[in-house]
Design a protein around this ligand. Structure first.
Ligand SMILES: Nc1ncnc2c1ncn2[C@@H]1O[C@H](COP(=O)(O)OP(=O)(O)OP(=O)(O)O)[C@@H](O)[C@H]1O
Ligand SMILES: [Zn+2]
Length: 679
């Protein structure tokens, strides 16, 4: 890597943080991919050879947990979503040169090579640690199988990440008050041998690296605290069936932690690209290993630690090159809260497309709505304003006026010289654009492109070529066609398809993707056809409609959040029962006399229920859903003739009826006395 300004002689690889396949993609996820795609297209514009790679992150516990719930294999579930993502990206004009997944052989083999290299270089050791264990389910609780309290900030945390609080990575054994996500019971900590990557080996290296690393300020500054505070070693194995088997000594029943094989997919994906296109020009895998190359990671701001602490150590420990830059995008929020798949608070990628909006509108909006690292509050009004006032009124309007005048009066570009003023204006825009990309500042690069169209609009407005004869108008229109061409080139990384439309309106051959910024000053074709409007404005009524939909879905999401999960209505049972069958159920009105928790079973509660003729002891799964004090005195419906059972050593003699996951208790609404038969 050179640390020289882009473009350098080296190949560059831009990577995007891997999407994790637990749900559909939302516009928050897309921010990383749009920015990564726009940045790599921007580098190409500067003349840098660039590959854009990513892949789906298939392993780890969240997908294993979800697959278990859905009764499918993690691989099946992961592959289904992987294919869906691979299809969605091109719909947003996000064009990866290679998009793989972490369970492919290339990545599995490469990951094993990394681990073996760390072992050979003596960076791995084994240590007995405390790992959460669910004694009832008789299994280890890696990562998301355990929940509890973050030891750093006291917030509720899930497994390996404090995602509601300080966002720190949590090592196994760190979570306090662990409970099992499988049974809801208290978990215990048991001793277990695991493998560690000795991060302290890289302390000095990382201190130097963080000073060299380029990218956004959040990525350059946040890790300092972690690095300077001394590095905790990184547990690289898990007790799980789903993942890449530990390849080294004595780890037969362990798999690698998902954060080991996930970033290695950046290298694997680049390798696949290289194998596919051949090594005629150069070996794309080289930037990682041998030759010089520029590695740029584009990620969400929640995974800075992984990319600036763990990942450079992993690379270094296996003899790989280090990243040149880490660019961490801010989050996309709705009403100040981050979009989230599990909380169902989102504008889905598919939903946006189904509204009939062109993908380039979203791309431009999200890449320029705010600085790279700042959070953005998604708003349809801001989206409308950006599209209408920047893309339609400035870019579209200018290009249409310029090209229409040119076509009507000159059949294309007037045959006169470009003025010095406009040449200077375009040249200085090219410089600013190059500087912006070298600062990893997409927003400014977008502003340069639109700024040139704004300049053009003012120019044509004040020169008033419609009041001039053709000879006088020719130099003005010549300038304006050149400005239009420059705008098409500079805007292409943001709006690739729209730029291509403009490119062909200009009578240019091929694609605006192949143009570099030097083409901003190349003469436009002498002839072209009548232009068409590039951008349509978005009407206010449309925004009102979209806002209504959005409010409804936010409301739904927050009520889902209150209930902690959404209601899944089951299909009706097709088979009918006879009235006689129904009469066999002896349903009675009951009144709860007392309620207390069952020791060792978090969700169970022991009830004594007066059912008129007698008092019954019944064990019910209500405890986490109802305060035991609130239960006393409640009127309930009891299945009195259910066979007796023993639950956690406590006898249960009947059943209390309740609806759904939240155990909404059935009751009567008049004054039916205990013992009254229900029919
Ligand atoms: N609202 C968001 N804005 C920007 N980036 C996001 C947003 N949500 C997720 N990402 C990025 O996508 C990556 C994968 O996210 P993840 O699968 O955790 O999605 P999620 O929607 O946050 O899901 P969940 O809320 O269920 O954890 C994250 O590491 C993050 O960088
Ligand atoms: Zn925390």
């Amino acid at each position: 890597m050179s640390h020289e300004d882009f473009p350098t002689e080296n190949p560059a690889v831009v990577t995007c943080g891997l999407p994790y396949p637990t749900g559909d993609l939302h516009v928050g996820h897309l921010r990383t991919y749009v920015n990564g795609d726009a940045f790599s297209r921007g580098l190409r514009k500067l003349g840098q050879d660039t590959a854009l790679v990513s892949g789906t992150d298939m392993h780890g516990t969240p997908i294993a947990v979800q697959a278990l719930e859905e009764g499918v294999s993690p691989l099946e579930l992961g592959l289904e979503r992987h294919e869906q993502y691979a299809e969605t990206f091109p719909d947003f004009n996000i064009e990866f040169d290679n998009y793989g997944h972490t369970d492919e052989e290339t990545n599995v083999e490469l990951t094993k090579e990394f681990v073996r290299a760390w072992e050979e270089n003596d960076h791995v050791y084994e240590k007995e640690i405390q790992v959460a264990y669910d004694p009832d389910a008789d299994q280890w609780l890696p990562d998301r199988y355990v929940e509890g309290t973050c030891p750093y900030c006291g917030e509720h945390a899930r497994g390996d990440e404090c995602d509601d609080g300080c966002q720190r990575h949590l090592e196994p054994g760190e979570i306090e008050n662990p409970t099992s996500a499988i049974t809801g019971n208290d978990a215990e900590y048991r001793e277990r041998a695991h493998k560690f990557l000795r991060l302290s080996d890289f302390q000095e290296y990382l201190e130097g690296f963080i000073n060299r690393m380029e990218g956004t300020n959040n990525a350059k500054n946040q890790p300092r605290e972690w690095i300077e505070g001394g590095l905790e070693d990184f547990c690289i194995t898990r007790d799980l069936d789903w993942g890449i088997d530990y390849p080294g000594e004595g780890g037969d029943d362990l798999v690698l932690y998902v954060w080991v094989d996930a970033p290695i997919e950046y290298v694997a994906s680049t390798k696949q690209y290289s194998e596919r296109v051949g090594t005629d020009e150069f070996d794309w895998a080289e930037p990682w290993r041998d030759g010089d190359g520029e590695i740029v990671h584009v990620i969400g701001r929640d995974i800075i630690q992984h990319h600036t602490v763990f990942w450079p150590s992993m690379l270094k420990g296996a003899g790989y090159n280090e990243p040149r830059a880490v660019c961490a995008t801010g989050f996309v929020n709705l009403n100040g809260k981050a979009l989230s798949t599990s909380k169902n608070r989102a504008i889905w990628a598919r939903e946006y497309l189904d509204e009939g909006f062109h993908p380039d509108l979203f791309r431009y909006y999200i890449a320029t709505a705010s600085g790279f690292e700042r959070d953005v509050n998604f708003s349809w009004e801001r989206f409308q304003e950006t599209v209408n006032s920047e893309l339609a009124d400035v870019v579209g309007n200018f290009a249409y006026r310029a090209l229409l005048f040119a076509e009507r009066n000159f059949d294309g570009t007037p045959d006169v010289a470009l003025s010095d003023d406009v040449e200077t204006e375009i040249a200085s825009a090219m410089d600013d654009y190059e500087d912006a990309l070298n600062d990893y500042d997409l927003r400014s690069a977008g502003e340069v492109a639109v700024g040139l169209a704004r300049y053009g609009n003012e120019y044509i407005q004040s020169a008033e070529p419609w009041k001039l004869d053709d000879d006088e108008a020719a130099p003005v229109i010549r300038d304006c066609v050149q400005l239009t061409k420059a705008v098409a080139v500079l805007l292409q990384p943001f709006t690739p398809e729209k730029a291509d439309d403009l490119w062909s309106q200009l009578g240019e051959d091929g694609s605006a993707a192949d143009a570099t910024i030097a083409d901003c000053l190349q003469e436009p074709p002498a002839e072209f056809d009548e232009p068409e409007a590039l951008f349509e404005k978005i009407e206010d009524e449309r925004v009102a409609e979209l806002n209504e939909k959005l409010e409804a879905s936010i409301e739904e999401a927050s009520s889902d959040e209150d209930e902690s999960e959404s209601v899944d209505v089951e299909d009706l049972t097709e088979e009918r029962i006879s009235f006689d069958d129904f009469q066999e159920l002896d349903l009675r009105v009951g009144r709860i006399e007392s309620a207390e928790g069952v020791e060792g079973a978090d969700k169970l509660v022991k009830l004594t229920v007066d059912i008129g003729v007698e008092t019954r002891q019944i064990v019910a799964g209500l405890k986490q859903l109802h305060d035991t004090d609130d239960l006393e005195g409640q009127t309930v419906v009891v299945v009195a003739n259910l066979e007796q059972a023993e639950l956690f050593g406590v006898e249960s003699n009947g059943m209390v009826l309740a609806a759904g996951e939240q155990a909404d208790l059935l009751t009567t609404h008049g004054d039916a006395e205990p013992g009254t038969k229900i029919k």
